[in-house]
Write a new protein. Structure first.
Length: 475
């Protein structure tokens, strides 16, 4: 495995700790080697020391063992190179040849997306892109439909589609995969998983953090490109898709593409009624003062980049016609929370006072759990109803099992060649085809981001999006 961008945060904070865990659990091929490449001038020992420091900070103390690390570090090597220069890849080819690495290879592009095309071209010129190679692309794939097509075309000119793994780490989360199990392995839900029984669906990915060290990237991307185009739309697909013919890569991804293509367009003046943009201003989180977005490091002081997005989406097919899907994501929100809420319709005849409609809440973080809210009778005389919960806490159900990080599962899938949890080319482009008109509508109609204090759950207009229909966000 060659990790391009091997000294970046993604490689050091996510990829190497995940690979360490896979090594510790005996999941990696015995002769697998890991070569990191980046501009930083380091030798192998210096990189191993850097990797150890970062992994110790990320891996639980009980999981970190010195002997295990020593055997993992023996897999690690480093090559200083400028990834934008084609000649450097000739040097890479000579390095690999000299180190007996002429075997199947995985190229992990933990770099800025604007390097994807160049790296693929350079690999081809250097003779390093054979049929026994795989390439992993981090999101975002482009900034628009046009740029996504350009990247996909450049990658496709060098690698066949089965060789390409477009990663979205949300799809590696345990609870996301449990969503598929919940839907397709339990007869209880299938008859009611449709418009006749579901009032609406909410998908929220809220963060308390700001842009941290990603200001330069984030100020050009914003919440729509950074989160909605990939993470939230992927979750929407898993909630709404039909049961695939079989559980394999092509069958699952076929059904996801159908959902993306069935999303009703939001364009022109519709963006005022169906979307809300927000940007956080100064506020408090956990009792601490935090600055406004435009005072964050590497952010323009007059930036109009959105740090919050709420959207009312609709899927134009027989199962979901008339059911709104409310999508929401934001930075500097009141609490860190990623969850899917399935709000069922009330019973046809309200026999008891205080009766509420059932609700299924699928939490992805900070805890992985599935909660079904039902109505039950309170003890005592009379029919006093109260909400009660059937609560499935995955950490309690499987206390003996360490919770896998999403990157562990996805990296192992790449090694094994399983692309079920990765995005296909047409899937990425279908998502951008829906996102682009919204971005254009914001630009053409001068919809500036609405301010919201850090520590709140977005601007008030996001609440109005639901309140007009007599609904409210699950907070």
């Amino acid at each position: 495995m060659l990790v391009f961008g091997g000294t970046g945060d993604l490689a050091l904070h996510k990829l190497l700790p995940a690979l360490y865990h896979l090594h510790r659990d005996g999941r990696l091929p015995a002769d697998m080697r890991i070569l990191a490449a980046a501009r930083n001038v380091l030798n192998r020992a210096e990189y191993q020391a850097l990797a150890e420091r970062r992994c110790r900070a990320q891996v639980a103390r009980s999981d970190f063992d010195n002997d295990t690390w020593a055997s993992f570090a023996a897999r690690l090597d480093y090559l200083a190179m400028d990834l934008s220069q084609s000649a450097e890849f000739g040097r890479l080819a000579r390095f690999l040849g000299a180190h007996a690495c002429n075997r199947g290879r995985i190229y992990y592009l933990a770099t800025a997306p604007d390097l994807f095309e160049a790296i693929a071209e350079h690999l081809a010129i250097a003779g390093l892109a054979g049929s026994d190679t795989r390439i992993v692309l981090e999101k975002p794939i482009g900034r628009s439909l046009e740029s996504a097509r350009e990247i996909n075309a450049a990658i496709g000119a060098v690698f066949s589609e089965p060789q390409v793994f477009r990663i979205d780490h949300y799809l590696g989360k345990e609870t996301v995969q449990n969503l598929m199990a919940l839907r397709f392995a339990n007869a209880l839900f299938e008859p009611i998983w449709r418009a006749g029984h579901i009032d609406h669906v909410q998908i929220s990915v809220n963060e308390t953090l700001g842009v941290e060290n990603r200001g330069a990237y984030y100020d050009k991307a914003g919440a729509m490109r950074d989160m909605v185009q990939n993470h939230l739309l992927q979750l929407l697909c898993l909630v709404a898709m039909e049961a695939p013919v079989r559980f394999d890569a092509e069958s699952v991804r076929n059904e996801k593409v159908k959902i993306l293509e069935a999303l009703k367009p939001i364009a022109g003046l519709d963006v005022h009624d169906k979307t809300v943009r927000g940007q956080y201003v100064a506020g408090k989180i956990g009792g601490q003062e935090v600055p406004a977005y435009y005072f964050e490091k590497h952010v323009d002081n007059d930036s109009d980049t959105e740090t919050f997005v709420a959207i009312q989406a609709e899927i134009d097919n027989w199962r979901w016609a008339g059911v709104p899907f409310y999508l929401r994501t934001g930075k500097r929100m009141a609490k860190k929370c990623s969850e899917i809420v399935i709000q069922f319709k009330p019973v046809p005849h309200r026999l008891f006072e205080g009766s509420q409609a059932n609700r299924l809440v699928i939490s992805l973080q900070p805890e992985e759990r599935i909660t079904l809210q039902l109505m039950g009778k309170s003890p005592g005389k009379g029919m006093q109803l109260t909400p009660i919960e059937l609560d499935l806490n995955l950490a309690q159900v499987f206390p003996q099992k360490r919770r896998w990080d999403a990157y562990e599962r996805l990296l192992l899938d790449v090694i094994e060649g399983d692309s079920t949890l990765f995005m296909r080319r047409d899937e990425v482009e279908a998502a951008w085809a829906w996102i682009d008109p919204i971005l254009k509508g914001w630009q053409d109609n001068y919809q500036d981001p609405r301010p919201y204090p850090a520590g709140r759950n977005g601007p008030e207009q996001a609440n109005t999006l639901l309140e007009l229909a007599g609904r409210e966000w699950e907070d």
